[in-house]
Design a protein around this ligand. Sequence first.
Ligand SMILES: Nc1nc2c(ncn2[C@@H]2O[C@H](COP(=O)(O)OP(=O)(O)OP(=O)(O)O)[C@@H](O)[C@H]2O)c(=O)[nH]1
Ligand SMILES: [Mg+2]
Length: 687
Amino acid sequence: MSISTESIRNLAIVGHGGTGKTTFVENLLFLTGVLSRPEQVESGKTVSDYTDEEIENKISIHTTLTHVNWRDCKVNLLDTPGSSDFVGEVVAAFRTAETACVIINGKAGVQIETIKLWRRLVARQRPRVVFVNRMDEEGANFENALADLSQKFDSSFVPVTIPIGSGSDYRGVVSLLDNKAYLVTDGGKEETADIPAEMQDQVAEARSALIEAAAEGDDDLVAKFLEEETLTEEEVVRGLTAGVREQKLVPVACGAALRASGLSAFLNMVVGVCPSPSGMPETTVDEAGAESSVEISPDQPFSALCFKTSIDQFSGKLSFVKLITGKLNSDTEFFNVREGKKEKVSKLYTAQGKKLEELQELNAGDIGILTKVASAKTNDTFSTPDRRFTFKPLALPQPVHAVAIEGAQKKDEDKLGEALHKVVEEDLTFQVEFNGETKETVVAGMGELHINMILDKIRENQKIEVNTRVPKVAYRETITKPAEATYRHKKQSGGHGQFGEVSIKIRPLERGEQYQFDNLIRGMAVSKGYIPGIEKGLHEAMSEGFVAGYPAVDIGTELLDGKEHSVDSSEMAFKLAAKGALRDAASKAGPTLLEPIMNLEVFIEEQYLGDVLSDLTGRRGRVLGQEALGGGIISIKAQVPQAELMRYSIDLRSITSGTGSFEMNFDHYSPISGKIADDVIKAAQAE
Ligand SMILES: Nc1nc2c(ncn2[C@@H]2O[C@H](COP(=O)(O)OP(=O)(O)OP(=O)(O)O)[C@@H](O)[C@H]2O)c(=O)[nH]1
Ligand SMILES: [Mg+2]
């Protein structure tokens, strides 16, 4: 029997690296009886961090699906990595889950990756809850953590649990929802108890704040609260549910995941106040690109979103799906909308980490795994043939780090290409591109760790050596003023000669306009049939460049005049004449090199501001502005030449002791001159 949509809660567990997400999930599995004993991340035996690379590095790298049952609900948990190198996995998880559970460290408070995630969650309008973890560590302070949240984020934070003690005095939590204490036991599950006498006043105050927040969550309740100054239990839950769903408030729970503490109250909150998928909107895009929305509901034909694919050593290809509408069972036939291809469910599973559990049926809102759907890729929409929409794809951040790679042995190139292709299918933040200009295969990802991890895995699995180096920059060339030239291509060799003469004028275009061609020849100086040859010649000359061999852009060309010969002219002769004319004209038109300039947003702790700014200046960067995000975290916006950013993800980490990170995307091309241009030309000539 499948779980009803109303009884499902989907949670993406997200937050800065090392805040305890994996430990949290492990202990939720322990609390609910899925595990008889929780393991520690360091042992390499947790349910969630099970891949070789996770066990080796002792951090999460992939999003892992697990689930627990609590009070008639099924809670799907997507444990995500905290490192910004794997942000693609995180985005996929909170794309899928209705609620994001943000875990923060009770001592360190809100850290940089959490700030970046929060901004994404706000942009996606995702309901959020917070769990302040590691309350058992020296220096943990719930009040400070709450203040830090309020200072950094523009949301209304409402405690639903409060800690009993902290650090070595930590004993458990008081749940404000059911007015009970949950005490830590030695290695076992937490036990309920009465609220400690000395906390009565504190609890009463926190509870009235919670009731007031609940009243504000639901307009109907405000009036009642003003009149009676309190609400019933049922009304509190109703108000909080509406508040979370509408993102008017963010409930905050606390505890110590490592000691399985604070988790019962957390699950009570999730089941009570986090939205079920039922009726939640999902954006669709039709064939014309128009957006609309469907509500998650079982009472419609089948549709699902594939949010992740991976390869399992026993079951082969796994496709992780979230059902948006209808039901799915082993008889369902469906279409992969992107491929227009019919597929069949062979088996249907859910999972506890790597352990697959077979299911008979999946209901709308639930998350499951299909095996052997050959065509499946991340972001695919599965649907019935009559419904031709797709679900809006994940918006992923642009790669920030790239390296050029090649197989050490020529014979390994094919193997390498195939292996890279497989990774690209699974990981949308990893890109592979053969750059025809620089003749390099360039792989790009979210950081050095991300790329190293992928390449190491390929080296090991394929038993091949892969060399890496800093990629070449894709420079461009252009002109700075108009010029004219006439070029005659004439050859007399044996029988047929070759003849073509072309006069052109070239002029600089606006940046980004690329290329323009106008034929201004009046009369019959050149037959129509030769014009395509002339255009081909101009194109070829532009793609070969005239300063350092990089493609020329943003040049307008006008064909002014020409001459032809009744016997010796040909398309080829005119092509060569046009090429010569463009080269001659360009040499008189102030030719120059252009370099790519990137938009950069850097996130750092205040103490590193001076060092980061002077480093950016050293990279020929132009700082556009800086903004204090609260709590000593600063974002700097700048434009920096790509040539200076090839190792930035590595250098920034070393300047900021590993805490800084950045996002970047291409902005525009900009002219370079002097020594910088000379060096580029010299390097190109040395090739
Ligand atoms: N004292 C204490 N330590 C904790 C607690 N929760 C987690 N830890 C420890 O914190 C470290 C990091 O825990 P993880 O669960 O791997 O953290 P994570 O957020 O999953 O890390 P990433 O996946 O790398 O982002 C481990 O050594 C845990 O044992 C807690 O409640 N108390
Ligand atoms: Mg983890």
